[in-house]
Design a protein around this ligand. Structure first.
Ligand code: A3D
Length: 320
């Protein structure tokens, strides 16, 4: 079987980590693309030289030319700018929208058959714009946010209860922002839903609420510590999990920003929901039932995403 090809658009903090993970897991050969000439080439060379030590056979190439992504099976997009302390994800909209236009054109021309994962913020609006700019079918363009937000939730719960992260599952739905919706009812420890964990007295209700809030603020907490950029290890690991499910047709059910066509009562917007990812891309949107308050929180999150999408349409009228 020929090796798969993974194109990474943006060779910054997340892009470099994606390249390392894709190579060490031998998901395929890696193309690192960036507009800053020298950076993708330098990172690709450095990573290639870790191959003999790590024992992987993936090849890595850095480039500033879109033609090198030709035939990519997967394209992961991190191009743009990240947050600095005091900035919200939404503050990045205008500048990153222009970047999505260029990236969308590059993908449309050279990798129109790829499965595309967008990470650039503000995520839900950028993945919507990228799908429009690239013209790829919506089932092959998804956004990474829910896997990361859920991983943060899982980490905090496992850390609090001193149990293995492997036994903690979590679902965080909605947009990737302050209105994201962590769902305790669908999050479990050893198969036991979190509300039951509270009833059993293993964790107080107050602690669970604190963890939910810390999950919502998870990105800002790291921005505040790093000061010069945002999280990159866990975001990269999360996108790789999605790429692997596509490349190996694993049919994982992962929370992703997916294009809704009426599911959850939402039409024409990208928002975080459980998605089955396999060789067909986003093969199925899984519709779980939401309680009144969960649906209200989800609707609020959708409204926030719609506000950003409207802002995109004003800046780039051709998206309207
Ligand atoms: P950074 O290290 O700055 O890397 C971004 C790279 O994009 C830089 O190397 C730039 O040179 C490059 N770039 C800029 N414009 C273009 C362009 N037109 N074409 C190609 N490359 C370009 O940032 P990062 O890797 O830390 O973060 C990347 C993005 O991911 C930011 O928008 C973050 O806000 C976002 N992010 C999202 C999440 C989610 O969970 C959705 C989490 C963390 C970061």
């Amino acid at each position: 079987m020929a090796r798969k090809k993974i194109a990474l658009i943006g060779a910054g903090q997340i892009g470099g980590t994606l390249a390392l993970l894709a190579a060490t897991k031998e998901l395929g050969d890696v193309i690192l693309f960036d507009v800053v000439d020298g950076v993708p080439q330098g990172k690709a060379l450095d990573l290639s030289q870790s191959g003999p030590v790590e024992g992987f056979n993936s090849t890595l190439k850095g480039t500033s030319e879109y033609k090198d992504i030709v035939g990519a099976d997967v394209v992961i997009v991190t191009a743009g700018v990240p947050r600095k302390p005091g900035m919200s994800r939404d503050d990045l909209l205008e500048i990153n929208l222009k970047v999505m236009e260029q990236v969308g054109a590059g993908i449309a021309k050279y990798a129109p058959e790829a499965f595309v994962i967008c990470i650039t913020n503000p995520l839900d609006a950028m993945v919507w714009a990228l799908q429009k700019f690239s013209g790829l079918p919506a089932n092959r363009v998804v956004g990474m946010a829910g896997v990361l937000d859920s991983a943060r939730f899982r980490h905090f719960i496992a850390d609090e209860l001193k149990v293995s992260v492997q036994d903690v599952t979590a679902f965080v739905l909605g947009g990737h922002g302050d209105t994201m919706v962590p769902l305790p009812r669908y999050s479990t420890v050893g198969g036991i839903p979190l509300p039951d964990i509270v009833k059993m007295g293993w964790m107080s209700k107050e602690k669970l609420e604190q963890i939910i809030q810390r999950t919502r603020d998870g990105g800002a907490e790291i921005v505040g510590l790093l000061k010069t950029g945002s999280a990159f290890y866990a975001p990269a690991a999360s996108a790789i999990e999605m790429a692997e499910s596509y490349l190996k047709d694993k049919k994982r059910i992962l929370p992703c920003a997916a294009f809704l066509k009426g599911e959850y009562g939402v039409k024409g917007t990208y928002v975080g929901v459980p998605v089955l990812i396999g060789a067909g891309g986003a093969e199925k949107i899984v519709e779980i039932s939401l309680s009144g308050s969960e649906q209200k929180a989800f609707d609020k999150s959708v409204a926030a995403v719609n506000g950003l999408v409207d802002a995109c349409k004003k800046i780039a009228p051709k998206l309207a």
